[in-house]
Write a protein that binds this ligand. Structure first.
Ligand code: SF4
Length: 224
């Protein structure tokens, strides 16, 4: 565990946001409207990592704000959580690939350090990888999401010991009702997983902790 205070952690995330905003490390900087850094609680024990911004995310500069984002919020509400209070949401790529094409390996490698630094600063206990790209990147395995979804895996991500919990991407769930049901089933396992990880780390359980002070998305603070 780092010895950063919550304020220091948040400040360092804001500094990282400025780096992402100025980033031209891959060609996506030329076609994006806004970089999408991520949003949520900088002290969250739970992180979600998706693939890349879509059209609406690119327009607003915020992650998961389209239909898939609405579903993510609904799934979170179903387990008594909100993205502002209980999670930090980010993507593998911080800039939108044109036409929502798949991320390219060189783009993923260029952007990976930002995600790793987010994990190092936030120090989540559980990371839900959403879909194939995030799952393969963070598990370090080519095994696809269909075979690993809903199965927690202990991993080291950028020097931070975490439990990875691969889930279908909400966008895939919107296309296929059976996938949506599996995503709902897997989501219901998140609170217990968090409780287990908190107990293992000798931290207070969710039920005994007051709702953490929500950290405004760094973008909103900086643009205000
Ligand atoms: S995708 Fe990542 S590496 Fe590429 S320009 Fe955006 S922030 Fe930089």
């Amino acid at each position: 565990m780092s010895d950063l205070t919550p304020a220091e952690r948040r400040q360092k995330l804001i500094e990282l946001y400025h780096e992402v905003k100025a980033c031209h490390a891959c060609p996506l900087s030329a076609t994006r409207t806004n970089p999408v850094f991520g949003m949520g609680n900088a002290d969250a024990d739970l992180m979600f990592v998706g693939e890349a911004p879509g059209a609406e995310e690119d327009r607003q500069g915020l992650p998961f704000v389209g239909r898939a984002g609405k579903l993510l919020d609904e799934l979170l509400a179903g387990i008594g959580m909100t993205r502002k209070e209980h999670a930090f949401i980010a993507n593998v790529l911080k800039s939108r690939p044109p036409g929502n094409r798949d991320p390219q390996p060189d783009e993923i490698e260029s952007c990976r350090p930002y995600l790793e630094r987010q994990v190092q600063l936030i120090e989540p206990r559980v990371i839900c990888t959403l879909g194939n790209f995030a799952t393969k990147l963070l598990t370090g395995s080519p095994t696809g999401i269909t075979r690993v979804r809903g199965r927690p895996q202990e991993r080291d991500v950028a020097g931070v010991p975490v439990v990875l919990y691969p889930l279908f991407h909400p966008a895939a769930a919107l296309r296929t009702p059976a996938v949506l049901q599996q995503l709902r089933d897997d989501f219901s396992g998140i609170p217990e997983l968090l409780e287990q990880e908190r107990a293992a780390a000798d931290l207070p359980g969710l039920a005994t902790v007051g709702a953490p002070e929500p950290a405004a998305p760094p973008q909103l603070d900086l643009l205000a």
